[in-house]
Design a protein around this ligand. Structure first.
Ligand code: SF4
Ligand code: SF4
Length: 475
């Protein structure tokens, strides 16, 4: 008998009640919640409801500094980089906010062949990438699960000089436990699925047709992924479809549900924000989130789930992206092409000295057009360590083996050295002379900050091995 999946844990009356009862807590109570959060042990849903409604400027500043403190306590100074790879824009859904919806007959539909995937992956490797996030529209006939599995195999088997993709994360439509098992067997890193909106009425308006219209099936996809053996799952809301306060409290309920059922929460949370796209008019979205509100959302969730990686995309402009990194972001995409294909062309342009990304605003518009090399350099200059680390997944530190390390902050002792090793590889193999100089200084600076003398010495030894030509070293 088929098991029924329901999204009943998103209890709308409860969410409204929590928001109402915490709408105007006295300042000292709100300060006490922020103080409690500094211990990096997380927050209750009620506390999250209170903080997400904060408007007081002094308290907001306290919230932001607590978020930065927690991020550094758990993850240190490293910032993990990845690239999205769009395999196909065929889609049988018609999401109102997305230019790939089947109503849009103004775009060229395309699905990458395995040869084209190989070309794209080699270009990504030449740009220095080690982690990919695969994305595509939903079309069970044109891009069935077998296509995704073949793409994963092609990616893992494609190398270029010292380049290799070491972790493939996947963002595809909600599916069955059986298909999640297949993804697990093929070596998926994290399975990511954005909820878009937890608000049922809005969800229904945003998804007028297609399989994605089924709220219960979509909202429980990460559960099925876990049942299929994928223990690193990523969640996210598309901020701007409905009231962000409702979405953040709902996200907490979804996280709690996962923790209760499987004993572990999401590996990552993503923070996409509603952007313009072809055929999408932003004026018709009354809940768009301002820069200040978005900062608050990120900071509150950093306090609420300190152990979870938080991801920002190229939808945000570079200056603002740098600002929100301080509030708790631990991963970001770098030098992204959001169209189907495009990395090979981008690399060809770079080789000709043209720093232009290939534009395709069909799904959403990109605001950060820096190349990976520029992004890496800027990250070093801002005092962080750019990282292409994929160690945990390859060492079997996933799911319930990863969470205790993250929850205790011990992960930092592994993240920092691994970030330095992958940065060194990048500098040796792909960096421009300017980035190499800045990157080497960053390595020396952060090496000196490793507190444990033994770990520091081991890192120095591994860095030397990379200088003599060894690659893919990690703790
Ligand atoms: Fe298709 Fe995804 Fe776009 Fe919806 S958001 S139209 S499912 S590609
Ligand atoms: Fe991520 Fe683990 Fe590497 Fe840290 S050590 S960056 S948690 S893969």
């Amino acid at each position: 008998m088929n098991k029924t999946y329901t999204g009943d844990f998103i209890d709308e009356p409860l969410i409204q009640a929590l928001l109402t009862e915490t709408a105007s807590l006295p300042k000292n109570q709100l300060e006490a919640i922020i103080e409690k959060a500094r211990k990096a042990k997380g927050l209750t849903t009620q506390e999250v409801a209170a903080l997400i409604q904060l408007e007081d400027e002094t308290l907001l500043q306290k919230l932001f500094s607590a978020a930065l403190e927690i991020k550094q306590k758990i993850y240190g100074k490293r910032l993990v980089l990845f690239a999205p790879l769009y395999l196909s824009n065929y889609c049988i859904n018609n999401c109102v906010y997305c230019g790939y919806g089947c109503r849009n007959n103004q775009i060229t539909r395309k699905k990458l062949t395995m040869d084209e995937i190989r070309d794209e992956v080699q270009a990504l490797e030449e740009l220095g990438h080690k982690r990919l996030m695969l994305d595509m529209g939903e079309d069970p006939e044109l891009t069935p699960i077998e296509y995704v599995i073949d793409a994963m195999k092609t990616i893992y088997n494609t190398t270029k000089d010292n380049g290799a993709i070491r972790r493939v994360n996947i963002q595809i439509a909600a599916t069955t436990v059986e298909e999640y098992k297949m993804l697990k067997e093929a070596g998926i890193g994290t399975y990511i699925l954005f909820q878009e909106t937890f608000h049922r009425e809005t969800y229904s308006k945003m998804h007028p047709s297609g399989p994605k219209r089924d709220y219960n099936w979509h909202t429980t996809a990460v559960e099925r992924a876990m049942e299929g053996g994928i223990d690193d799952v990523g969640m996210g809301v598309l901020y701007g479809l409905y009231d962000y306060r409702f979405e953040v409290v709902s996200l907490m309920l979804a996280i709690n549900h996962l923790e209760e059922k499987f004993g572990i929460g999401p590996h990552t949370l993503s923070f996409p924000r509603m952007r313009a796209a072809e055929g999408v008019n932003l004026d018709t979205f009354p809940y768009l989130v301002s820069d200040d509100q978005f900062k608050k959302i990120i900071a509150v969730l950093r306090l609420a789930v300190p152990y979870t990686g938080m991801i920002i995309s190229t939808r945000e402009n570079p200056d603002y992206r740098d600002e929100i990194i301080d509030l708790g972001i631990s991963q970001m995409s770098a030098g992204s092409c959001v169209g189907v294909g495009g990395y090979k062309a981008q690399l060809d342009n770079l080789k000709k000295g043209e720093h232009t990304a290939i534009e395709d605003s069909s799904q959403f518009q990109v605001a950060d057009h820096r190349t990976p090399d520029e992004i890496l350099r800027n990250i070093c200059e801002a005092g962080y360590i750019p990282s292409y680390c994929t160690a945990c997944y390859r060492k079997g530190r996933t799911g319930d083996r990863f969470m205790p390390l993250a929850k205790s902050g011990e992960i930092q002792n592994i993240c920092q050295p691994n970030a330095l090793l992958t940065l060194k590889e990048y500098l040796m193999d792909y960096a421009t002379p300017e980035t190499r100089e800045i990157g080497e200084k960053a390595i020396q600076k952060h090496l000196a900050m490793i507190p444990n003398p033994q770990v520091k010495q081991m890192t120095i030894d591994e860095l030397k091995k990379i200088e003599t030509g060894e690659r893919d070293l990690y703790f």
